[in-house]
Design a protein around this ligand. Structure first.
Ligand code: ADP
Ligand code: MG
Length: 604
């Protein structure tokens, strides 16, 4: 048993189904062939007719008694053993690829086989076969698989895969049959969901919260979208519980109106306090301004960012800040904690905020907001670990025209940029690098700034490592025409006059990043443009991106073009890869696995 545990560690697996899902990479099938199929590996009974050697090669002519045909074989690497083995008139079972040449059957280097009528699985593994196969015999049993919650067809599939009797039951050609693959997808999804559920830990809440949101909602200058409303209702249910602290992730595209959800939740926590953490001072400031604008005057709001404080955070109902919050020694207790743009924080930072305001076993309600859309399948999976709400629509239709361009269109681009600036709009140009590099066939920020500064007024420059980044952005927001930057502007600062973005070397970026960048323009409904500048013409990925505007569709598209990996890091296991499951396509399988898990849970 102890020994088995060590083997499981070597295999990097933790559940029985992990083991069962290690499937053979191929099979050796020694069933005698019933027909002479050319081009495929066959197994035949054969009697040696004659043996001859020629310049180091050995030729053996056999008769195949069952088919009354002759077959000739050549062995290239010959040892005395071969002469001994293939003595005239000796009988063999030979295996190899059958071919025909000028009407003569041939088989190059056949293997002589002792046991026939056996199908033996071959695994690619860090373990030796003598270590691995006993594990399957011991653990992959019908009883164990039923106990895991699989149904009889799924159990039978796994048993056939590991203990095959007849290849035709599992393979078609040299691949698993489709019905087998479908079962493997389901089992893979089910296993993953079970593991996530086992990890979920719930704690009692500090307090049940049910503050009235009407004084805020009624004053809003617009109507909330149906999705905003339903997320808010869901959070009302979450926060109203005392036995279980909320743990929810609200995922919505840039501009989907998550701030209104944040402000509603802050209302619910009244008369108790709530805390909101944002990844940058600029964002915290923006949220603070919006909170002051939309929340009733009676709500006391405080801002805590490095080097700046607004309002008294000890008195405040709603404290907004950056990670500077984590270093305050007198942060008041708050039964609701929120994190905006959570994907920009490390797991540690998010957890320490939560821990800072926990009291013993009791935890604050914890709601995170993310602007990185994930495919619905992934949200379904991850909701085993924490509740997930999706906001898939935006309050107003943004009009952003996306287009791939190259060098030849550069002068057109310049005149378009001039037009926009003339209309008091702003332009953002994203470069792949700060300094020049021989590895990237595009100009860097440093190389090109001269060009723009000579040609235009109000050119601002910043990048990820720039210490003055936030000041530059703030000044640009007020006075600038063109901002040259690296992907730094991903941080959700709102630049309402921004109507044109150029992404240089767009083909080098992931679709999620491109989508984030494109989300910078047209925030207030101004007609806008996103130019994907690329040296490589006809990039299918960029073309499809140009046609797709919804972030959730982009996430699906992204899965099509790269291996599915988790987009949410931190709370969610990162780098999760599925061998069989396709997160873009297999929504129904994941849904079935989820409902199976529900029914298994009810039984136990
Ligand atoms: P997110 O944080 O999800 O990127 P915001 O909360 O910043 O998006 O909202 C984007 C813009 O849409 C803001 O200017 C906000 O005031 C506005 N907005 C939010 N909800 C609505 C709504 N229901 N109707 C009209 N405008 C809205
Ligand atoms: Mg936001």
């Amino acid at each position: 048993m102890e020994n088995d545990k060590a083997l499981f560690r070597k295999l990097k697996i933790s559940t029985l189904l992990d083991l069962a899902l290690i499937v053979p990479s191929s099979y050796s099938d020694t069933t005698l062939s019933s027909s002479l199929d050319l081009g495929v590996v066959g197994t035949f009974e054969a009697v040696v007719d004659e043996v001859s050697s020629n310049s180091g090669k050995l030729r053996v002519n056999f008769t195949l008694p069952k088919f009354k045909r002759k077959l000739s074989s050549i062995f290239f690497r010959v040892t005395p053993y071969h002469y001994q083995l293939f003595a005239k008139d000796s009988r063999h079972y030979i295996q190899g690829k059958l071919e025909e040449y000028n009407g003569y059957l041939q088989m190059a280097q056949p293997k002589s086989i002792k046991d026939i009528g056996k199908v033996v699985p071959k695994y690619k593994s860090v373990l030796k076969m003598s270590e691995l196969t006993p594990l399957f015999s011991r653990y992959v049993t019908e009883k164990n698989l039923f106990d895991e919650g699989l149904d009889s067809a799924e159990v039978a599939t796994l048993m056939r895969i590991h203990f095959p009797r007849d290849m035709s039951e599992i393979y078609s050609g040299s691949k698993f049959k489709d019905e087998i693959v479908q079962k493997l997808k389901f089992i893979e999804a089910f296993n993953h969901l079970k593991k996530l559920r086992a990890k979920r830990a719930d704690f009692p809440a500090l307090e049940a919260l049910n503050g009235d949101i009407a004084p805020f909602i009624d004053r809003l200058p617009f109507e909330l979208t149906a999705e905003q409303q339903s997320v808010i209702e869901q959070i009302q249910i979450d926060l109203n519980r005392e036995d279980k602290a909320a743990k929810r992730m609200v995922v919505g595209d840039v501009g989907s109106g998550k701030t209104m959800v944040i402000l509603s939740a802050a209302m619910m926590s009244l008369p108790r306090k709530s805390i909101l953490m944002a990844p940058t001072s600029l964002l915290a400031l923006q949220l603070y301004e919006e909170a002051c604008k939309y929340l009733p005057d009676s709500v006391k709001i405080a801002l805590v960012i490095q080097g700046k404080k607004e309002g008294d955070h000890l008195e405040a109902d709603f404290i907004i800040g950056t990670h500077a919050l984590l270093y305050m020694d007198n942060l008041p207790e708050a039964p609701l904690v929120m994190v905006d743009e959570q994907h920009r924080f490390g797991t540690k930072q998010r957890q320490s905020l939560e821990a800072l305001v926990s009291r013993g076993e009791k935890k604050p309600h914890f709601i995170q907001f993310s602007a990185t859309p994930i495919p619905r399948t992934q949200a379904m999976m991850e909701s085993e670990l924490l509740d997930v709400s999706l906001i898939t629509t935006t309050p107003f239709q943004r009009e952003v025209l996306t287009q791939t361009i190259g060098r030849t269109e550069f002068s057109d681009l310049l005149s378009h940029i001039e037009d926009e600036i003339e209309q008091n709009h702003q332009v953002l140009i994203i470069y792949p690098l700060v300094e020049e590099s021989t590895e990237i066939p595009y100009q860097s920020l440093t190389e090109s700034r001269d060009f723009w500064e000579k040609k235009f007024d109000g050119v601002y420059v910043t990048h990820g490592k720039d210490k003055q980044k936030e000041e530059v952005l703030l000044e640009f927001r007020e006075k600038g025409n063109i901002l040259l930057a690296t992907t730094v502007v991903e941080v959700g600062i709102s630049l309402p006059r921004l109507t044109l973005i150029v992404i240089v070397g767009a083909e080098r970026l992931g679709l999620a990043s491109l989508h984030q960048l494109r989300g910078r323009v047209g925030r207030n409904g101004l007609k806008s443009w996103c130019y994907l500048f690329s040296n490589t013409a006809d990039n299918v990925r960029l073309e499809q991106f140009s046609q797709t505007t919804n972030g959730f569709d982009i996430a699906k598209l992204d899965l099509k073009f790269r291996d599915s990996g988790d987009i949410l890091d931190g709370t969610i296991q990162s780098g999760q890869k599925f061998k069989w499951l396709d997160m873009g396509e297999d929504e129904r399988i994941v849904a079935r696995a989820k409902s199976r898990l529900e029914s298994v849970k009810l039984e136990s």
